[in-house]
Design a binder for this molecule. Structure first.
Ligand code: OAD
Length: 249
């Protein structure tokens, strides 16, 4: 997709909706970090195409082989540190400055929204900045290479695990409540870089609000494309800055 394709995408209705919005809610997924060089989960080259979810992203998998799980998450934690936020992350951070009530709920655990300057970020699936103990809940910051495999066993008898949400686990309750409320009160909802197949996160896009203008930014069709008011087929890092520019003109 080149610049000409992006220009052909009609951002007018979304810009108008953002202009009139008092409250905006954004939901992001791994696609927004694609242009930072991080893989998505389900697309070509996606993590779940070559890795087994149940081995790496479930409490059962961790109980079976914590070293395998940490080896994988350490590689991801290192990749996140090496990656830089892209123009899409920065545009969302600037949008937050321009709009009084702006909430960004992300399924990503790469911290790139925070590093780009977004402040009101709800990390629905946790983060890879910390490990936490399976037994006592103690937390420990991860360094640039993650957690040394020799330090998985915690002094209390539990094990340190990545501070992220795995399949079959509930989302952090307070974070979820805030996300639901923000989605419900929004006048405009932006859904960026997610296939919208993982619940409950995907429900935030369309289930809590039948009044808001909902726009999707994604080069591909998704599970919610038929339900949004406008599907902008473009890459986030190309389109979000253009939307911001138009809004500020
Ligand atoms: P997916 O891999 O399911 O979807 C990524 C989406 O990003 C796809 O719809 C792509 O078309 C789109 N995409 C790719 N490049 C893009 C770009 N440059 N700009 C905009 N969009 C682009 O990833 P997620 O929806 O994030 O959960 O997956 C949701 C959850 O499933 C993840 O949080 C993770 C995973 O299992 C856990 O690990 C709990």
């Amino acid at each position: 997709m080149g610049a000409a394709d992006v220009i052909a995408v009609d951002t007018g209705p979304l810009v108008a909706a953002l202009r009139g919005a008092r409250s905006v809610f954004a939901l992001s997924g791994s696609g927004i970090s694609a242009e930072s060089g991080l893989p998505t989960f389900r697309g070509v080259g996606g993590l779940w195409r070559t890795h087994r979810v149940e081995e790496l992203a479930s409490p059962e998998g961790f109980a079976r082989d914590p070293r395998l799980v940490w080896t994988w998450y350490n590689e991801r934690a290192s990749a996140h540190r090496r990656a830089e936020p892209n123009a899409g992350h920065y545009a969302l951070a600037r949008l937050e400055e321009a709009i009084g009530d702006f909430t960004l709920a992300t399924q990503n655990v790469d911290s790139l929204h925070r590093r780009a300057g977004s402040r009101n970020v709800l990390e629905l699936h946790g983060d890879l900045r910390e490990a936490r103990c399976t037994q006592c809940g103690a937390r420990r910051a991860l360094d640039a290479t993650g957690l040394p495999l020799t330090e998985i066993e915690h002094a209390c008898g539990g094990r340190l695990r990545p501070n992220i949400v795995w399949f079959g686990e509930p989302l952090p309750a307070a974070v979820w409540r805030e996300a639901e409320a923000a989605a419900a009160r929004a006048d405009a909802i932006l859904v960026v870089g997610t296939s919208a197949v993982v619940y409950p996160a995907a429900a935030l896009a369309t289930r809590y609000n039948d009044r808001a203008f909902v726009a999707e930014i994604n080069p591909e069709e998704t599970a919610i494309s038929v339900r949004v008011d406008c599907a902008l087929r473009a890459r986030a890092a190309e389109l979000l800055p253009r939307i911001l520019d138009k809004l500020q003109r």
